[in-house]
Design a protein around this ligand. Structure first.
Ligand code: AHR
Length: 534
C-alpha cells in the first residue's frame, strides 16, 4: 500500500464523514503524521515591525486573448444552449466570477500585434472577419471592445487593453482611447455613443506593446531604442486622449528594462514581466525552481526600478501636455502561467493541470504577496481553454486544479504583506534543485487586524511541521485553518468527468493556542488568527 493510496483513503473518509471540520487541532495533526511518517521540521517567524507593503488588488487579474478557444468557444459561444442571448457562456462566466478577477487583460498577447480595434466595434452584421494571422483560423470579431467591456463589468473587473505596435500606429491607439474614454463631442467618442454606450468606458489600463523584443513575432521593434522611440509616440497619443490612463510598458530582459526605465521612467506606471513555467514530466518537482525563479526576476527588476526611477517625478516639461506618473513604478506581471509542452488545440495550448501545478500556482501567489511593495498587477495567462484554469466542451465546463489556489488567495489574503523568516528543509526531490519544501507568505487585514499565514507544502509525501511559537498569543488568537489538497499530486479534473473534483477544500475552526502546525503533504493552507482586543 503506497502513501498516496493511504492518503486518498484518508481524505475520502474525511469527505464522507465531515470529520475534517470536526477534528481538534492536535488529533488532526497526529492522524496525518501516522499516515506519512515523521514530519519535516520548519519554523515561521513574522516581522510585525516593517511591513513589506500594501497588497494591490490588481494581482488577481485574468487575461483573455483571441487565441484558439480562449474567447470564441470559451467565454463566448453564440447559439450554444449554455450561452445567453449575446453568446456569453453562462457556465463559464459563473466559474470566472468565482475567481473575482480584479482586472481583465484583452485582446492579447501576441494577437495585439495584428489587431485593429475598429474591426471589433459596431453592428455585428458589419464586422469584418479576418484571418487570425498570429494564431490561425478566422477571427470574426463578433467579440470586440464593447463585448470585452461588458464582460469586465459583469465581473466587476477593470479593463486592461493592450495596443497594436506591430501593424498598428500610435494614432490608431489614441483613437481607441478616445472611443473608450472620450467625453467630448468628437468622432470616436460619438462612435461609441452611436454603438449604444452613452457613458465612457473609463478603461484605466493601457498596455504599450506586448513582448516587443520577441524575434519571430513581427520584429518591428526588437531593438529597445526603436521600441522606446515608438513607445513615446504611443504614450503621447494615449495620454493626450486621457491624462489618467495608466501605462504598462513592455518589458523584456535586464538590458531592455534598464533602457526603458531610464528613458521612460517618468511616464511608466508599470513595467511588464511575463513568466511561464514548465516541468520535466518524469520529475514533477522540477516545476518549483522555475516558479521560485520569478521572485529573483522580481527582485532584479525591483532593484532597477529603485535605482533608475525616483518615487516622485520632478522636472517633467509642461510641453508634454500631459502629466507624469503619480506613483512609484510597479511591476505588472501581465502574463503569468504554466506552459507544459504537448497540450491540445491551437499551438498545443489546451492543457490539463495536475495538483502539483496547483502547488506551483499557490507559490506564485505567495511570491506576489511577499513582493507586494513592487508587484502592482498580475493577469493570469490565460483564463479559459488556453493555458487555463477553466476548460470547456460544447456541453460542459470544468475548473482545473490551478483554479482553486487562485480562488483561495483571492478569498483569504489580507491587504498588507508582512515579512517572514522561514526555516524550511529543502524539497530534495528529483529536479527540485534548491527549492524548499515549505513556501510561506503572511498577510494582515488592516480592517480588523487579522493575520493570515499561507503555507504551501510542496513535498509530495512528507508532512512539514512548522513552529509557530513566535506569534504573540497575547495579540493573536488562532481562529481557523483552511486547506486545499487533492488525492495525489498527479490528480486532475477532466471534462470527461466534470462532476468528479479531485480537489478537497476543508475548513477547521480553532480556539486556544497554536504552538505549531503540521502541514500535510502537497497541501495549500491558510491559518487565520484574530487580533485580540487590547
Ligand atoms: O499566452 C500565450 C502567448 O504567450 C501570448 O500571446 C504571448 O504574449 C506569450 O508569448
Amino acid at each position: 500500500m503506497n502513501a498516496q493510496v493511504t492518503r486518498r483513503n484518508f481524505i475520502g473518509l474525511i469527505g464522507m464523514s465531515g470529520l475534517g471540520l470536526a477534528l481538534k487541532g492536535s488529533a488532526f495533526a497526529a492522524t496525518r503524521a501516522v499516515l506519512s511518517g515523521a514530519p519535516l521540521e520548519a519554523s515561521i517567524e513574522i516581522d510585525f515591525t516593517h511591513p513589506e507593503g500594501t497588497i494591490d488588488n490588481g494581482i488577481y487579474g485574468q487575461f483573455i486573448e483571441h487565441l484558439g478557444r480562449a474567447i470564441n468557444g470559451g467565454i463566448f459561444e453564440e447559439g450554444s444552449p449554455l450561452s445567453d442571448a449575446k453568446g456569453i457562456r453562462k457556465d463559464v462566466l459563473e466559474k470566472i466570477r468565482g475567481l473575482q478577477p480584479s482586472i481583465l487583460r484583452y485582446p492579447g498577447g501576441t494577437f495585439t500585434k495584428i489587431y485593429h480595434w475598429m474591426d471589433g466595434v459596431g453592428p455585428l452584421a458589419e464586422r469584418r472577419s479576418r484571418p487570425n494571422l498570429i494564431w490561425g483560423g478566422v477571427e470574426d470579431n463578433r467579440f470586440g471592445t464593447d463585448e470585452a467591456i461588458a464582460y469586465a463589468r459583469t465581473l466587476q473587473a477593470d479593463a486592461y487593453f493592450a495596443v497594436n505596435m506591430g501593424t498598428g500606429t500610435a494614432e490608431e491607439a489614441g483613437n481607441w482611447v478616445e472611443y473608450c474614454n472620450g467625453t467630448q463631442d468628437t468622432y470616436y467618442a460619438n462612435l461609441r455613443r452611436k454603438n449604444g454606450h452613452a457613458d465612457p468606458f473609463k478603461v484605466k489600463y493601457w498596455g504599450i506593446g506586448n513582448e516587443e523584443a520577441a524575434g519571430p513575432d513581427i520584429g518591428r521593434l526588437q531593438d529597445v531604442k526603436e521600441f522606446v522611440k515608438e513607445a513615446w509616440l504611443y504614450t503621447k497619443a494615449i495620454k493626450l486622449q486621457d491624462k489618467d490612463a495608466k501605462l504598462i510598458l513592455c518589458g523584456a530582459d535586464d538590458t531592455w528594462n534598464e533602457y526603458v526605465l531610464k528613458e521612460m521612467g517618468a511616464v511608466c506606471d508599470y513595467i511588464s514581466m511575463h513568466h511561464y513555467v514548465s516541468s520535466d514530466k518524469s520529475k514533477p518537482a522540477s516545476l518549483f525552481p522555475q516558479v521560485d525563479h520569478m521572485e529573483k526576476l522580481i527582485l532584479t527588476l525591483k532593484g532597477q526600478i529603485r535605482t533608475l526611477t525616483p518615487e516622485k517625478v520632478t522636472d517633467f516639461s509642461k510641453w508634454y501636455r500631459f502629466p507624469h506618473r503619480a506613483n512609484p513604478v510597479k511591476i505588472a506581471i501581465d502574463e503569468l502561467g504554466i506552459w507544459e509542452p504537448g497540450g491540445a488545440g491551437a499551438y498545443q495550448l489546451e492543457e490539463y493541470y495536475t495538483w502539483d501545478h496547483a502547488l506551483g500556482t499557490a507559490t506564485f501567489y505567495n511570491i506576489m504577496l511577499r513582493q507586494a511593495s513592487v508587484v502592482g498587477m498580475a493577469t493570469w495567462a490565460q483564463t479559459v481553454n488556453v493555458l487555463a484554469p477553466i476548460m470547456t466542451s460544447k456541453t460542459a465546463a470544468v475548473c482545473q486544479t490551478i483554479y482553486y489556489p487562485m480562488q483561495f488567495y483571492r478569498q483569504h489574503a489580507g491587504n498588507v504583506s508582512l515579512k517572514t523568516q522561514v526555516v524550511t528543509p529543502d524539497l530534495k526531490m528529483p529536479g527540485s534543485k534548491d527549492a524548499k519544501a515549505l513556501d510561506v507568505a503572511v498577510t494582515l487585514h488592516d480592517s480588523d487586524g487579522s493575520l493570515v499565514i499561507f503555507a504551501v507544502n510542496r513535498h509530495p509525501e512528507q508532512e512539514v511541521k512548522a513552529d509557530l511559537r513566535s506569534i504573540d498569543s497575547k495579540k493573536y488568537t488562532p481562529a481557523a485553518i483552511y486547506e486545499l489538497n487533492a488525492t495525489a499530486i498527479d490528480a486532475m479534473n477532466t471534462l470527461e468527468n466534470p462532476a468528479n473534483n479531485v480537489v478537497t477544500s476543508t475548513e477547521k475552526k480553532l480556539s486556544g493556542n497554536l504552538s505549531g502546525y503540521t502541514f500535510p503533504a502537497h497541501s495549500i493552507t491558510a491559518i487565520r488568527y484574530k487580533r485580540n482586543k487590547q
